[in-house]
Structures are given as structure tokens and as C-alpha cells.
Design a protein around this ligand. Structure first.
Ligand SMILES: Nc1ncnc2c1ncn2[C@@H]1O[C@H](COP(=O)(O)OP(=O)(O)OP(=O)(O)O)[C@@H](O)[C@H]1O
Length: 232
């Protein structure tokens, strides 16, 4: 079933002015794919991701994610949709500073009916033995690993990443992208990554270029590189 977005429009209004942030955006992804959304600042990348993630409503059009009709969910249904279907990873990891690594992941696990085992996820993201650490004791890359663990523990079907390597150096970025690739393969999670960094598109099955709120191009990538071999 995957993901289908059909002719969605989103306008922001403030006072007299209206800004058309998404214009007839149509795209699709198959289950288990990795797609990258590229585009200049202000082209609508986050608006699109937030609409797909059920954080923000669109004006019209359809969004379907593994059978959920996202554009027509009530507030309560969209809470369930996000809880059952979506994992988010942001540039700023938003970890809770006075909770340990284990507890940060536990908070997310507790809102799921059948989460993964927290210690297994800690191992999966390469933080074995660090469950008792506090975020301030970790590097930026390790903190981002915790936020990926927090997203994964609820077994989402769709992982939405907004500039997941935006504050990391190139070596650490590749590590984080490798981890996202591993999670994508291990759990068959459809993965959508927003980035400013065109190099990241080398690891994606599908490259979506946005321009002025519209889809500029969609390219199916035939030469996929593992993240560690990306030319930065
Ligand atoms: N809440 C809002 N109210 C008014 N305008 C908004 C709002 N959110 C976004 N916009 C506008 O919509 C356009 C698209 O914003 P969006 O954040 O989706 O772009 P982006 O491609 O993700 O940019 P960036 O790469 O800088 O994060 C921008 O021009 C932005 O100013």
C-alpha cells in the first residue's frame, strides 16, 4: 500500500496575506522505500512532511499511508495515526534532559500497545550499556541515536526525518544515515528524509525535488550507495 499523496494544497494565512506553501503536490512511495526530499529553504519540505505525519492539516487533496486516509482524520484519529504509524526524527533531538537514555525511550514505548523491548532497541542503535546515561553525557551523534531509538520503539510503519543530520559533522552524519538505513531494512519501515544535502540522495530509492511548493522532479535512483560510501 505504501504512501500516496494526491493533489494536496496548503495555504498559510496571516492577516491579509495568504501564502500557498504546497501546490497540487502528488507523489507516491512503496512500502519499505527510502525517499529523500530536496529543495531550497521555503520550498515546502517541512510542510509536506508535517502533512504526511498528521501534524498539520492540508486544505484539500488526499494523503494515504498504509490504508489510513490521513487528510480526513479527526483530531482524535490523528493522535492514533501518529501513535500507531509514524516515527519522527528531527534535527533537534528534543530528548528530555533529566531522563536517562532508557527512560527517554520508555516514554515513547509507553504510548504503544506492543512496543519493542527497550534494551533491544538500545542495542540496535549502537548504544549498548549506555541506558543509564543522561543526554548531556552523550555526543550529538549518540543523542541522535537515542532519538532514532525513541522513534523506532513503537514499530512505526513510516519514519519521517526532518534534517536528521543537520547539526552533525560529515562522519557522524554518515553513521546516522547508516543507522537509518539499517532500521529501514530491519523493520521494513518506509523512510522519508528531508535534507538540504544533495549527497544524501545517493542512498535513496526515490529523490523528490520540491520548488516553490510544487514537485519539480521525482527520480528513481538506480545507483544506490550505502551511506558509508556516499561522496560528501
Ligand atoms: N505557520 C506558518 N505560517 C505562515 N507561513 C508559514 C508557516 N509555516 C511555514 N510557512 C511558510 O511556508 C513556506 C514553506 O515552509 P517550509 O518550512 O515547509 O519550507 P522548508 O522547505 O521546509 O524550508 P527550510 O528548508 O528552511 O526548513 C515558507 O515560505 C514558510 O515561510
Amino acid at each position: 500500500m505504501g504512501l500516496t499523496v494526491q493533489k494536496i494544497n496548503k495555504t498559510y494565512r496571516s492577516g491579509e496575506t495568504t501564502f500557498h506553501a504546497l501546490k497540487d503536490v502528488t507523489l507516491e512511495m512503496e512500502t519499505g522505500e527510502i525517499a529523500v526530499i530536496l529543495g531550497p529553504s521555503g520550498s515546502g519540505k517541512s510542510t509536506l512532511l508535517n502533512a504526511i505525519g498528521g501534524i498539520d492539516q492540508v486544505d484539500n487533496g488526499d494523503i494515504s499511508v498504509e490504508g489510513w486516509n490521513v487528510a480526513s482524520l479527526s483530531d482524535k484519529e490523528s493522535v492514533n495515526y501518529r501513535r500507531e504509524m509514524i516515527g519522527f526524527v528531527f534535527q533537534m533531538n528534543n530528548l528530555i534532559p533529566n531522563l536517562t537514555v532508557y527512560e527517554n525511550i520508555e516514554v515513547a514505548a509507553n504510548i504503544s500497545t506492543s512496543p519493542l523491548k527497550i534494551n533491544d532497541v538500545i542495542d540496535d542503535v549502537g548504544l549498548s550499556g549506555m541506558g543509564d546515561c543522561f543526554p548531556r553525557e552523550l555526543s550529538g551523534g549518540q543523542q541522535q541515536r537515542v532519538s532514532i531509538a525513541r522513534a523506532i520503539v513503537r514499530k512505526p510503519k513510516l519514519l519521517l526525518c526532518d534534517e536528521p543530520t543537520g547539526s552533525l559533522d560529515s562522519v557522524t552524519s554518515k553513521d546516522i544515515l547508516s543507522l537509518l538505513k539499517k532500521m529501514n531494512s530491519n523493520y521494513n519501515i518506509t523512510t522519508l528524509i528531508i535534507t538540504h544535502n544533495e549527497a544524501i540522495s545517493q542512498m535513496a530509492d526515490r529523490i523528490i525535488q520540491l520548488k516553490d511548493g510544487m514537485i519539480d522532479t521525482v527520480t528513481l535512483n538506480e545507483n544506490i550507495y550505502p551511506p558509508e560510501r556516499i561522496e560528501w
